[in-house]
Design a protein around this ligand. Structure first.
Ligand code: FAD
Length: 568
């Protein structure tokens, strides 16, 4: 591979300042001793992680992209250096971070795990397997029998065994009710799984001895649709048995980006599976994993967006064009370039603050003993999840693309890492539920149905932040929050077809106001020096846009279905 300029070192001072100022952080510190201890080591973890990511993962990022994972003799072979980096991740304890201490993990607040994972993703998003593994670990912890937990959780935390989420099939993408993979009991009472799954991230690889596939499969004795789905752990290998457990690699996809992350078609041929939880409850139980994976999508997005943002700011301070003849000026001095740079930083830092806020409220909801605080945290976490997932996925692509624009022709070449970011980022609004599906989820489950508590919880905290902010631009947030409240009421009056037609625009309105909320919080955060100034400048930029963007998206949300012709 030709020489590639590395990303600038990650700005750990900003990450730590944001973490300490994040919504809910102070409450997380008082939840229990384990989390408080984990929080105490956060600063050291983040500093060390930044060094590890730059030193070990960054070179691999380019070679993963250039070479890609391949199938050799029916098994996936990862790119040279991948296994070595994996072993270093495991030995350094990075995979164990956030896993339960009882099973060999190192417990830390979810926001500390998020900060660590984003640093890894910034250097090499294709090394995304640990995010899958921690999500699978939460699923197994929640639903598996005790013997399975004891067998699998320590191995996953140690990085010795891998894990996947196995949902998609050729006829079942967004519509998981169409899953056909079958689960039947054999004469010994064991579950046997047969079917074809596609697009399975790290569905096969040579990094670990064994892989545990978390599979949704259909019990033919149960009703059709999602009520017939049960959840299974299907290992690639069973203890004491020499052969593979009826799990076969059909192919690895040739993709636009993330080439080092093997996306596999996997065949199950009478493979032994272990039921987790209740028969027929598979899809709802799977949401333990899906919820964490959606947060992980936002974190992957933050990693990519932050790398692009820092690269663009550094480049713009060096590159000289324009100005007086014979004395060109750094392009950062041009208004249009400064606009792009502030847009990049504003979106990136708002995303960081939103991810930390979401992680904190998830921790509070899981651990608080105060019923009122729990209800409030659950409502807010539920409102924010589709917002954070989508904001992260879209920011990764948009911010990286603006980064190419700041670098001009250089940004389009492989001499700089941003063009890879654009390609790697594009999948984030697609997997773990497309943007369209997140929008329907927000509108149908959180606005049209239910008691509206999620929206009310959000409006409460966001209005508080707007009122507390001393900056002129915060008035835009107050206006935008009125538009959101009014927009939600008007969505409830629409026909289902009109609401569906406006759902994605409504989600964009919700994202704009959520970014405004965390930006307003940053304008009053007690963050000193250059870091504080940088964050406040970015926050004011976000706030300067929030009302006009909200108005634009609200208009789109209410346009109705008629202009689209016949729709389902
Ligand atoms: C790199 C990569 C890795 C992946 N990893 C995994 C994995 O590890 N495990 C796994 O199980 N899957 C994985 N997937 C699959 C991924 O989750 C699906 O691609 C995604 O859920 C969308 O499904 P689909 O591709 O079938 O698109 P479709 O469902 O066909 O959707 C296509 C378009 O139609 C829209 N649409 C579909 N239904 C509706 C509806 N009812 N209303 C409105 N709009 C609708 C969608 O929003 C989208 O824009 C991965 C995919 C990729 C590309």
């Amino acid at each position: 591979m030709s020489h590639r300029t590395p990303f600038p070192p990650a700005d750990t001072a900003t990450i730590l300042a944001q973490l300490h100022a994040s919504y809910g952080w102070q409450d997380v510190l008082s939840l229990n001793e384990e989390l408080a201890d984990g929080a105490e080591s956060a600063d050291g973890i983040i500093e060390e992680c930044a060094k590890f990511a730059t030193g070990v993962l960054e070179d691999l990022n380019g070679s993963m992209d250039a070479v890609g994972a391949k199938v050799v003799d029916g098994r996936v072979k990862t790119v040279p250096g991948h296994k070595d980096a994996w072993d270093q991740l495991a030995e350094g304890g990075w995979i164990a971070l956030g896993h339960p201490a009882q099973y060999g993990g190192h417990e830390v607040p979810l926001s500390v795990w998020a900060a660590m994972q984003a640093l890894m993703d910034r250097s090499c998003m294709a090394m995304m397997l640990p995010a899958l593994m921690i999500s699978a670990s939460k699923l197994i912890h929640a639903w598996a029998e005790q013997d399975i937990k004891e067998e699998w959780l320590p191995k996953i935390a140690a990085g010795e065994w891998g894990a996947t989420i196995c949902l998609s099939e050729p006829d079942a993408g967004s519509d998981l009710g169409a899953i056909r993979t079958k689960a039947v009991k054999d004469e010994n009472g064991d579950w046997r799984i047969s079917g074809e799954k596609i697009w399975i991230t790290y569905g096969d690889h040579d990094l670990t001895d064994r892989i545990g596939h978390c599979v949704l499969a259909r019990d033919p004795d149960l009703p059709q649709g999602s009520a017939g789905l049960s959840l299974f752990l299907v290992p690639t290998k069973l203890e004491g048995e020499p052969d593979r457990n009826g799990v076969f690699t059909r192919r690895v996809e040739d993709k636009m980006g993330l080439k080092g992350s093997p996306t596999c078609a996997i065949g199950f041929e009478n493979a032994k599976g272990f039921l987790m939880g209740q028969p027929g409850r598979g899809l709802s139980q799977m949401f333990v994993m899906i919820t964490n994976m959606r947060l992980a999508v936002a974190i992957h997005g933050l990693g990519l967006a932050s790398g692009a943002t820092d690269t663009a700011w550094e480049y713009a301070a060096e590159r000289r064009q324009g100005g007086k003849p014979g004395s060109p000026v750094p392009i950062i001095q041009h208004a249009d370039v400064k606009r792009m740079l502030l847009d990049m930083r504003g979106r990136t830092e708002a995303l960081r603050a939103l991810i930390f806020a979401q992680a904190n409220v998830v921790d509070i909801a899981a651990h608080t003993k105060d019923a009122e605080q729990k209800a409030e945290a659950e409502a807010l976490a539920s409102w924010l999840l589709p917002i954070v997932k989508t904001a992260g996925g879209e920011a990764a692509f948009d911010v990286s693309s603006i980064g190419v624009q700041v670098l001009g022709g250089a940004g389009y070449t492989k001499e700089w890492p941003i063009e890879q970011n654009v390609r790697d980022a594009r999948v984030l609004p697609v997997f773990e539920g497309t943007t369209g599906m997140q929008a329907l989820d927000l509108v149908h489950r959180r606005v049209l149905k239910g008691d509206g508590e999620g929206l009310r919880a959000f409006l409460r905290v966001a209005r508080e932040a707007a009122a507390a902010s001393p900056v002129e631009e915060a008035r835009n947030l107050s206006a935008a929050l009125d538009l959101l409240e009014d927009g939600a009421a008007r969505m409830r009056e629409l026909s289902p077809a009109d609401a569906n037609a406006g759902a994605t625009e409504f989600l964009s309105l919700a994202i704009a106001t959520a970014q405004g909320w965390v930006a307003a919080r940053l304008t009053v955060a007690d963050i000193e020096g250059e870091t504080g100034e940088k964050l406040k400048e970015a926050a004011r930029f976000v706030l300067s846009n929030v009302e006009r963007l909200s108005r634009f998206h609200l208009d789109g949300a209410l346009m109705g279905a008629a202009r689209l012709g016949a729709t389902a």
